[in-house]
Each structure stands twice: as C-alpha cells, then as structure tokens.
Design a protein around this ligand. Sequence first.
Ligand code: DLL
Length: 444
Amino acid sequence: MTPPDPTAAEFHPASALDFLPRERLRELQLARLHQTVARSYGRVALTRQRMEARGVAPDDVRSLADLARLPFTTKVDLRDTYPFGLFASPMQEIVRLHASSGTTGKPIVVAYTREDVAVWSEVMARTFAACGLHRGDIVQNAYGYGLFTGGLGAHNGIEELGATVIPISGGNTERQIMVLKDFGVTAFCSTPSYFLHLIERAEELGVDLRTLPLRAGIFGAEPWTDSMRRRIEARTALRAYDIYGLSEIIGPGVASECAAQDGLHVFEDRFYPEIIDPETGEVLLEGAEGELVLTTLSKQAMPMVRYRTRDITTLITEPCPCGRTLRRMRRVGRRSDDMLIIRGVNVYPSQIEAALLEVEGTLPHYQLVLDRENGLDRLSVEVEVTPEVFSDEVRVLEGLRARLAHAIEHTVGIRVGVRLVEPHTIDRSQGKANRVVDRRRKDP
Ligand code: DLL
C-alpha cells in the first residue's frame, strides 16, 4: 500500500496530524495533558478531591507515564454528579449538550464549548478522510440525530471535510433506499446492524446495491466482527470501515480504521489511550489485551482524566501500511460488563456472532436469550434463517441447527440451545442492536 500524500488536494489539512513524527506527537500530548489535568483539578471538585486524597498535584505530572498516578473516572462518577457535576466550563461557554441513555435510570450528560465542537468536527473529518472520503463524496448519514452523539457528530465531520451530507437520521428504511438510489450516494453511515437490515430490505425490493456508486460504509457505535464485515462487503460494492467513540470522551471520532482495515487509529493528539487490567486497575504492557482507559487532551467543557471505558481491546504499536503514525487499537469485540457466565463458562455475545457467521444459511440477525431454570442460568440463541432456507424441508433445517450449535460449542466451549426463527422475527433497531434478552426472573 502506498502511503497517501497528506499534501494532496483531496486531503483535509487536519489529517496532517495523523502523520506527525512520534516524538513531536509525544511533546504535544504532554503539553496538552498538563493543561487538561490543571483544568480538571482547578474546576472539577471530584477530580480535586480524588487527587488530593492520593497526594498528587497537577505539577506532579511530568511525563506521560505519570498519568498512571492519577485516579480513574468511571460511569458511576458521571451518574453520581448528574447532570452537570463534571463540567469545567460555565454554562455561558457551553454551546451543546448531548446525553447517552444508560441501561438503567438517568442518562449521562456531556457538554461542549464552541472549541470542543470544532475539535469534534476536526476528528470526525480525519475519520472520514481515513476511510477514503473527500470533497465530492455524497454521504448519507443514518446515525440518529438527537441526544445520541452519532448523528450530529458525523454531520459536522462530513461538512468539515467538505463532502456533502444528507442528514437523513435513522429509520424509515424504504426512504433510505430511495435516497441511496436517487441521490448518487457514495458513502453511508449507520450502525452495522442497521445497515444489514437495509441490505436485506433492498434485496426484497429488488434493488441491487452493487449497481450503485456506494463505495464506503462508515460503521460503528456497537460491536461487530470481521465476518460481519465480509458479509456486508460481499453483498454490496462498498468497503466497510469500523469507527469507534463514546459520548463521555466526545462521541464518534476517538478512533477510526484506514484503508488497511486492520485496527483503528486512535486520534492520540486529542485522546490519550492506556490499557489496564480491569480487575486490578494496573497499566498493562504494550500489546496486552485489557480495558481501554482514555484521557481527553483538549476538551474544555468536560475534560476526562483516565476514563474507564469498559471496552476491551489491545493497542497495536507496529507501524501501519497507511503511513499514519497514530497507534491503532484492535476492534472492540466486547465490554468487561457484557460477559455472561453460563454454567461457569464466560461467554461474550461477539463470540456467538463470530460462530454463527461461520455457517451459511442464516442472516446475521440473532439474539441471545437468557432464562433461569432450577436456579441455573440457561442461554439459548435465536437466529433468523434466510427465506430460501426457511422454505426448505425440516431435515435441512435440522441439519443447519445442528451445524450452528456445533459452531457455537466449538467457539465458546459449551453447548447452548439454538432456535431457528423465520426471517423478520427479531426486532430491528434503527441504532444499536439489542443482542441480549434477559428473561430470568429473580429467584424467590
Ligand atoms: O456510540 C458513539 C459513536 C457513534 C461511535 C457513532 C461510533 C459511531 P455511546 O452511545 O456513548 O457513543 O456508546 C459508546 O459504544 O463504549 C462501546 O462499548 C460501543 N462502541 C462504539 N463504537 C464501537 C465500535 C457512541 N466501533 C459505546 N465497536 C462504547 C464496538 C463500539 N463497540
């Protein structure tokens, strides 16, 4: 692969930051880290209390390694200080609020100053540029607009890049397909699960996506697998890129794949990544798998020091063929809190997805159903089959079911029940897919 020329006309100027020499990048990181820690210490009561309790002051941070001396911030801290307790700017300087709906109770509220919005647009422009987009591209943005950061985050980035944005938001799949066909769309943004749903609907309507100019899919906001990517790419003419981010840090725009499609470059000049042992909180050696911890390096309204994402990944330090000097992270397949323990074995939804996709004849629409029987957790997998397979004989279906059960057992190490269901029985989400249905009644 020839590294792109950052001075080329179609390149967004901010992308030059992706190619800084590592030494220069480290200087920038350290200078910005000082500012962030001082700002958070000076303006956020929780940070000050925690740092004082540990006996560290902002001046004690002299190198990037000193970051490890600072306390973590967690989702619980955001809940406890709901709604505005971690803001470091007065409301007069805050131009935008977003919120992420937690699974329980109150959402988490995040804030942006005008400068924060500009940085967000910049990292999103770099994201799209890394995925090969430029001026002249027509981008259909089907991430949800609203309190979710996906819609507006991508929107600003597409405009910043100078490409054309179609702010269609999520849902109304038939209208999405009409716009895709009629507007000459070259790139599509949504969750991967929603795009799969769109592919399926297009096939039912007799629209062949392969004949359209659509050449890139910018997918993220939920875990997906390489097998899912291959399925998407095989049924369209596009290349599917993975992008990663979270509201607490900025929204989308934390990390992005590039043409190599092999790990996501972290925009390290804006967000400093560490990998820790989720049990002990210790920083792990380079190349080890663990929980991703992020420190924002230029956020004004809500600086985050050592935020524990719960996302499990690995940092890749080897140079990337694309020429970017930014380190990469492996795609996030699981979170430390989405593990199910079934008969003593740890099971992650993404492992089940990978196993299902090894077998032909299913649609990658699936759900894990948790039940409790005689005090024991039981997991079964409901998976939709393709319309062609569904109309086959019982014997064929039984063969498929057995192959799926075998593939899952091979991957996760335990036998789980597999139920084949008709096409369209599993709920389609416009945004993040809900993979786990918990039907366990609390034991009396
Ligand atoms: O999902 C921001 C986003 C929007 C990212 C659009 C990418 C595209 P939240 O709603 O706060 O923010 O959810 C963040 O989603 O901690 C991960 O667990 C998960 N997640 C996000 N991107 C990916 C990805 C947005 N590419 C949480 N792969 C994160 C796996 C992802 N998980």
